[in-house]
Design a protein around this ligand. Structure first.
Ligand SMILES: [Zn+2]
Length: 138
């Protein structure tokens, strides 16, 4: 497990093409945050901010992005949280967790777009056995 480390956030209107490592660029105008993957591989990670995407919190000093960033589509497959300008590693994701995360995203979107009340997407980082919770979304 890698150790947590501090990053910086930068509020911008347009996401710059040349991005510094260790910086989370936040465009409120476009409701998007972009950063170079914090594992060091520098893959561009785009996190749309929306009720069914990520939620961004700014407490006046630091930025928190929720839920975790799971880069399972990238070769590095890194998975971390950005909590008050700090990257906290969330551990490797197993194939099961990856599948479950995708199902969760899909379910969250379906719930949102069909406007059904009640089913709030579960946003905690899943460290337990995903199988047990699958029933929620089937
Ligand atoms: Zn990476």
């Amino acid at each position: 497990m890698k150790r947590p480390f501090k990053i910086r956030h930068e509020f911008v209107e347009f996401i710059p093409k040349e991005r510094e490592d260790g910086v989370l660029y936040v465009s409120i105008a476009y409701a998007t945050a972009v950063h170079n993957c914090f594992c060091g591989c520098r893959t561009k990670v785009v996190t749309p901010i929306s009720p069914v995407g990520w939620q961004l919190t700014y407490d006046g000093e630091a930025v928190t992005l929720w839920p975790s960033v799971g880069n399972w589509a990238f070769p590095c497959r890194s998975h971390y949280l950005i909590k008050r300008d700090t990257v906290v590693w969330a551990g490797d994701m197993s194939e099961d967790e990856i599948a479950w995360g995708r199902a969760r995203d899909k379910a969250a979107r379906a719930t949102h777009f069909h406007g059904r009340p009640g089913a709030v997407p579960e946003l905690e980082v899943q460290t337990g056995t995903p199988q047990r919770k699958k029933g929620l979304w089937t």
